[in-house]
Design a protein. Sequence first.
Length: 191
Amino acid sequence: MANILPEDFTLDRYGLHVRFVNEDDAEFILGLRTDSKLGQYISATNGDIEKQREWTRQYKIRERQGTDYYFMFEKPLGTRLGVSRIYEIKKETFQTGSWIFRKDAPFGAAFLGDIICHEIAYELFPDGVNFHDIKKDNFSVNKYADQFNPQFIFETELTRYYINRRENYLKYKDIYLQKLLPMVARFDKKK
């Protein structure tokens, strides 16, 4: 991949379809972000649909500049499941976050979406360092992130800060996928 993704970027991986967020996704995104349980650990968002559309228009400018990528994850037939993004993209560093999926998303979809987001980032920036932060009381995400053995940097009263490099992430990602993918397949067969 080049350092800037094409405007028509799409990807199909691990049973998920990935594309860029667009203005038509504003209501779906707002529904996720304003849900009291789902939005508990992310930046507060007000319920104004027009502000969400405007945010998306501004994001599309950053997308074209290669400084921010906001992805929609869907089932192959177009059912929206969740979002995640790569942002604060610099020459050697990037951040991942804003990772939020529907409560009723298929088993494993949220984890696979996060993995795909990281894979895209490390394909774009093979020598890049991923900075991310997790709220201390977000126990499930902390437990999940620990699976990838990130390097702890520092913490504040509410938040832990980490970095992860490509080689390390990919090593632990492969171990995690070996456990996750058979479980996803088993749940898919039950439907």
